[in-house]
Design a protein around this ligand. Structure first.
Ligand code: ZN
Ligand code: MN
Length: 489
């Protein structure tokens, strides 16, 4: 970790809100419709039309800002951000400039690099704006022209800008994962990067440790990253590139304007793009066609009440209530609210959090991944699996047999006891196992001597013999009994 520099990263995230209709007109926001079939005079920017704000979108935005601990403005307005681009027929985007609806806030991430394993990433502002359309360059083979699809124009977007508090490419990825999880829990966005409902730009520079103290390199904005992994890689590449550039120029670079670079996924490098406009180039001015939005204390309070328990709180509660590890709670909470509910019901039934955590992570999650389904579609109810875990807890079944019963329940829909009966598994009483162990110990003086000499593994031979004599015995019990008998000899 003895890097010769420190990395400074801030992110700008755009997420598409889960509304049925667009931000200022009634057009559908459904993904995947044929190009230009979800448009109207308002979202294609015909003259003489009047936009009207979608209240649902504003409420989802408020919900997100509240969950991020932002301060909500009681008065907020819209502004026109003017620029010319083929996918923006109005030549301006309705956005928020000097009076965004929220400021401040933070999101904590669990970062192994941070002190105490946790880093607080500050949020500068969250504002609402409309999306532009989409340019399609050569998407069909052999076609040299470019086309515009305006289905996306006017879709509500939340722009979330962080403070430059992120200290590594890995932390940038952790932040995005945590943000995505939060927005999923809030049911505010599906954050699907493939469908463009979450887009990330990153500002990054480094501070090189020199004899004269830390020297910062100019900030670079990195665009065109299409997955969380791409974000991590692009930022790692860019940090190292800036360091090499610093070594070559050797000096403080002075007032170099902010540069924009695009991530080239195929080449795994960043390349220079046009230099970034200053906000004055956008000639922002208040949107004359929309009234400002007034938010009341009651409205904010109602939103706060509706948030429900959020991922970070759930993790801590699961760890405290069920005694599971941060790793376990992380895996469980990452699967979503329904999965958390399933786990909690299961843990409640069998009374052992760790056992329930192991089973949902190993067996249940494996099946969900294999079948590409969510927990809602999982055929074994928490109650049915709970019955099985109770048998395992009471050592009526060993773990291996437990997994066989699970497989049968999955295949047949039988209850745990039904599957146990069908598989012909019978529980062997402890007295019977003990008698069997006494017999084996008496008949195998060499094994006994080996174990006494410290070769504990030798007891495995006795377990194997026991299983041959009675396949229903629990191998772990046989092992324990035999070791105890030998130690008493
Ligand atoms: Zn429209
Ligand atoms: Mn924006």
């Amino acid at each position: 970790m003895a890097r010769p520099y420190e990395i400074i990263i801030g992110l700008e995230v755009h997420v598409q809100l889960l509304t049925e209709s667009k931000l200022f007109c009634g057009c559908s926001t459904r993904f995947g419709a044929p190009p230009n079939t979800q448009t109207c005079p308002i979202c294609v920017g015909m003259p003489g039309v009047l936009p009207v704000m979608n209240r649902k979108a504003f409420q989802l935005a408020l919900k997100t800002a509240c969950a991020l601990g932002c301060e909500i403005a009681r008065f907020t307005k819209w502004d026109r951000k003017n620029y010319y681009y083929p996918d923006l027929p109005k030549n301006y985007q309705i956005s928020q400039y000097d009076l965004p609806f929220s400021r401040g806030g933070y999101l904590d991430i669990r970062s192994p690099e941070a002190e105490g394993g946790k880093r607080r990433i500050g949020i500068i502002r969250v504002h609402l704006e409309e999306d532009a359309g989409k340019s399609m360059h050569d998407e069909r083979a052999g076609q040299a022209d470019s086309r515009i699809d305006l289905n996306r124009a006017g879709t509500p977007l939340l722009e979330i800008v962080t403070r430059p508090d992120i200290r590594s490419p890995a932390e940038a990825k952790l932040f995005l994962q945590e943000l995505k999880l939060l927005l999923n829990y809030l049911e505010v966005s599906d954050c699907n990067m493939q469908e463009g409902s979450l887009r990330v730009d990153a500002n990054i520079n480094i501070r090189v440790f020199t004899d004269d103290g830390p020297v910062p390199t100019p900030i670079v904005e990195v665009k065109n990253m299409n997955s969380f992994r791409a974000v991590e890689r692009a930022l790692a590449y860019e940090a190292e590139r800036q360091y090499q550039e610093f070594l070559e120029t050797g000096h403080r670079l002075g007032d170099v304007p902010k540069q924009t670079r695009g991530w080239d996924e195929d080449a795994q490098i960043t390349r220079p793009q046009r230099t970034k406009e200053e906000s004055s180039d956008y000639r922002y001015f208040p949107e004359p066609d929309l009234v400002p939005v007034v938010v009341t204390d009651e409205e904010i309070e109602a939103i706060r009440q509706s948030l429900g328990e959020l991922p970070a709180q759930i993790r801590e509660r699961l760890e405290a209530t069920y005694g599971i590890t941060p790793y376990d709670s992380d895996v469980i909470v990452s699967q979503g609210r329904a999965f958390v509910n399933y786990f909690e019901r299961l843990a409640g039934i069998c009374g052992e959090g760790k056992l329930a955590a192991n089973w949902v992570q190993q067996e249940v999650l494996r099946v969900l991944n294999e079948r590409q389904i969510g927990i809602e579609a999982f055929p074994i109810s928490a109650e049915a699996l709970g019955e099985l875990l109770c048998m395992i807890r009471d050592r009526k079944l060993d773990h291996r047999r437990g997994r066989e019963v699970f497989a049968r329940m999955l295949a047949t829909g039988e209850s745990a006891s039904g599957a146990v009966a069908a598989l012909g598994f019978v529980e062997v009483p402890d007295e019977e196992i003990e008698a069997l162990c006494r017999q084996l110990v008496a008949e195998n003086p060499k094994t006994v001597a080996d174990v006494k000499a410290g070769k504990i593994k030798a007891v495995g031979g006795l377990v194997g013999q026991a299983k041959k004599i009675n396949p229903h015995v629990d191998p772990a019990k046989v092992r324990d009994f035999c070791l105890r008998l030998i130690s008493q000899m």
